[in-house]
Design a protein around this ligand. Structure first.
Ligand code: SF4
Length: 323
């Protein structure tokens, strides 16, 4: 459904271009929940923006492309970077980071729905008719249609997030991109939002791409996931396999740091910090934090390649074992 080929992007700054994504290659399949994990600043949100074709200054695509393939008019249509916005709402939608503050606090929810639904989708339908369909959709999502008369400031953070998700999925897009949809919510509300996203993906039989720095979120709902580090994927594969047997040292340390019920052993964090994107180290960018780093690691960038069927990693050690 979504193919990302040799994608590199950077931000223009007064001190020169800062490379944020480095030669990214991967695919997202039909009817799956795909997670993108990684520490803050690793490029997750930038990647999601490029997938959604929000490439506004100072962000620029240096090379590569994204291709979205959707079924329409009895065939398949491909939308490439620069044209993906022609598929917005109908085929692809976006739940932005801090979605709760995206809503205009002084406009009733129903007017924000009406303003967001493209005319072409409403097909000259009267506003009342569209609102009836919106109300029906809210009920299907177990949300009270009365919310449509509310102003966002009257709603809790969790309710605003649910409203944004309802808005993003109203036109049954084949692909939904959600950026940190549970951030800044308490644990109980987080779980409710995750369950809502899961139910929606099953109902619409579409694809959900979920960005979260919280690796536990990926464990709960994603089918496959990719772990990013400093602008590239370190590892990618089926979520179950990654949690059962992480193969990249960074993934091993991330998963090793997770608390486990009943296990009171102190958890070791990952020493050090991710490198500054303005001055990344040569070779493998994880080398300054990696207990297995060798001279080769410090000199040569590991290739991101398939090391087992469906399993990809960028690590010299793993690739040596696999070959
Ligand atoms: Fe560690 Fe080397 Fe693998 Fe990088 S390539 S993760 S430094 S072992």
């Amino acid at each position: 459904m979504l193919k990302i080929e040799n994608l590199s992007t950077s931000y223009k700054t007064i001190d020169g271009d800062v490379r944020v994504l480095n030669n990214i290659n991967f695919e997202i399949h039909d009817n799956e929940i795909f997670g993108i994990a990684g520490e803050s600043g690793c490029g997750k949100t930038t990647l999601l923006k490029v997938l959604y074709d929000i490439i506004d200054f100072p962000l620029q695509v240096d090379s590569g492309r994204v291709v979205l393939s959707v079924r329409e008019n009895g065939g398949t249509t491909a939308y490439e970077t620069g044209k993906i916005r022609n598929a917005w709402w109908k085929h692809i939608s976006y739940v932005p980071q801090a979605a709760q503050s995206v809503l205009n606090p002084i406009t009733r929810l129903k007017n924000q729905f009406l303003d967001s639904i493209p005319e072409e989708y409403r097909k000259n339908e009267a506003k009342e008719e569209t609102l009836k369909r919106v109300a029906q959709y809210m009920e299907e999502l177990s949300l009270s249609p009365d919310l449509l008369d509310a102003y966002p400031f009257q709603l809790s953070g969790g309710m605003r997030q649910r409203a944004i998700i309802a808005l993003a999925t109203f036109m049954s897009p084949s692909l939904v991109l959600a950026d940190e949809p549970t951030t800044a919510l308490d644990v109980v509300v987080q779980r409710g939002i995750l369950m809502m996203l899961m139910r929606l993906q099953r109902k619409l039989k579409n694809t959900l791409v979920l960005v979260s720095h919280d690796i536990g979120v990926h464990y709960q709902i994603t089918n496959r996931m990719g772990i990013m580090y400093s602008g590239s994927f370190a590892e990618l594969g089926r979520t179950d396999d990654i949690f059962r047997d992480p193969i990249h040292p960074y993934t091993q340390m991330l998963i090793g740091a997770l608390p486990r019920i009943g296990d009171k052993t102190p958890r070791a964090g990952i020493p050090g910090r991710p490198p500054a994107l303005t001055n990344p180290p040569d070779g493998c960018r994880f080398a300054p934090r990696c207990p297995y780093a060798s001279d080769r690691c410090r000199a040569e960038v590991p290739e991101f390649r398939e090391v087992r069927p469906g399993r990809f990693a960028a690590c010299h050690l793993v690739q040596e074992e696999a070959s």
